[in-house]
Design a protein around this ligand. Structure first.
Ligand SMILES: [Mg+2]
Length: 173
């Protein structure tokens, strides 16, 4: 079986949407998702980046993320055909660990906890394929690098790009 590494935030879980929700709650402004196209993390919200970063330390930020469309059905199929691991660099946000674990158990009950890897830097992880929205996670990967489209990565063209889970299915199944 080939080993497939899948990222959580902005691949399985709608992290961008959660930033939009928390920003709206804090400042009363709903920033349109499309306005973030081609912008990096520092530029996508008006005002102080520190405040936005701070959302990730708040209760339920990771626990209450929406599931990305079609991810559950496609992951179920991938799980039959690949040695599948969910790899998240969760160490940056220590409070995210229990929340991410609960989130995975709720939304992806067909996965075993042995398939979850919460790590610091993803360069430790080896495999045949990696799906991630952040180019710097793909850079160090030894296998085939697959960029999952997100507003903040549309300016990158040096990886094979997959626009959503139905394209993941077409490419890997
Ligand atoms: Mg991510």
């Amino acid at each position: 079986m080939k080993r497939l590494i899948i990222d959580m935030d902005d691949v399985m879980a709608d992290a961008t949407g959660q930033f939009i929700n928390f920003y709206e709650k804090e400042f009363g402004i709903r920033v349109p998702r499309e306005s973030m196209n081609h912008k990096n993390e520092m530029e996508r919200f008006p005002g102080n980046h520190e405040t936005v970063y701070d959302f990730t330390f708040r209760k339920d930020f990771f626990r209450k993320m929406e599931v990305k469309e079609h991810s559950q059905e496609v992951m179920k199929e991938l799980n039959q055909k690949y040695e599948l691991f969910i790899v998240s660099s969760a160490m940056e946000f220590p409070n995210s660990l229990p929340e991410k674990l609960e989130w995975l158990k709720e939304h992806f009950p067909f996965l075993h906890w042995k398939q979850f890897v919460f790590c610091g830097r993803k360069s430790i992880v080896h495999g045949d394929y990696m799906i991630d929205d952040l180019p710097h996670n793909l850079e160090t990967f030894n296998g085939e690098k697959l960029l999952f489209s997100a507003p903040h990565n549309l300016q990158f063209n040096h990886f094979k790009r997959l626009n959503g889970w139905l394209e993941v299915r077409d490419y890997l199944l």
